[in-house]
Design a protein around this ligand. Structure first.
Ligand code: SF4
Ligand code: SF4
Length: 140
């Protein structure tokens, strides 16, 4: 069988219960599956952990790494997804501000304009459900 040497780069969003937070999954992804890894975001609450990683490696190693994460009990919420805002649609209503767990939205105190900082987003999708004008969009 010819080994698939194709390189893959993917963003994944992981969710895991608090008792798994201290598991060295990142270490194993690098050491056991030869993956390059970049932690884009990490957010630990009293309920769960949420981490967004960018993984790069050979396709076969990537698939094995994903299998390892799944078998370890981690929930892979998303693969290669990101949330963006359609600025033309946004009415600055503020509905997204209170639902966002990563404080990606802030309200300008002077203008009441709602700002969106994409780099804080952990791709949970809450703002997509709450936005009345459908400004928030999910992309693969
Ligand atoms: S998807 Fe929306 S609510 Fe969730 S973290 Fe990103 S900006 Fe915040
Ligand atoms: S909920 Fe939608 S329309 Fe309202 S401020 Fe947020 S992105 Fe804009």
């Amino acid at each position: 069988m010819v080994k698939n040497k194709m390189t893959a780069t993917k963003k994944i969003s992981l969710r895991f219960p608090r008792h798994l937070v201290s598991r060295p999954v990142v270490y194993h992804l690098i050491k056991d599956f030869n993956l390059e890894l970049n932690i884009l975001k990490a957010n630990i609450t009293s309920e769960e952990g949420h981490m967004v990683l960018e993984l790069k490696g050979e396709r076969a190693d990537f698939d094995k790494g994903i299998e390892y994460l799944t078998k370890s009990g981690l929930i892979i919420d998303t693969l290669c997804r990101e949330v963006t805002r359609n600025e033309e649609r946004c009415t600055d209503c503020g509905a997204c501000v209170t639902v966002c767990p990563s404080s990606s939205f802030t309200v300008d105190p002077a203008t009441r304009e709602v700002r969106f900082e994409e780099d804080k987003c952990v791709v949970c999708g809450m703002c997509i459900l709450s936005c009345p004008s459908r400004s928030m969009e999910l992309h693969f």
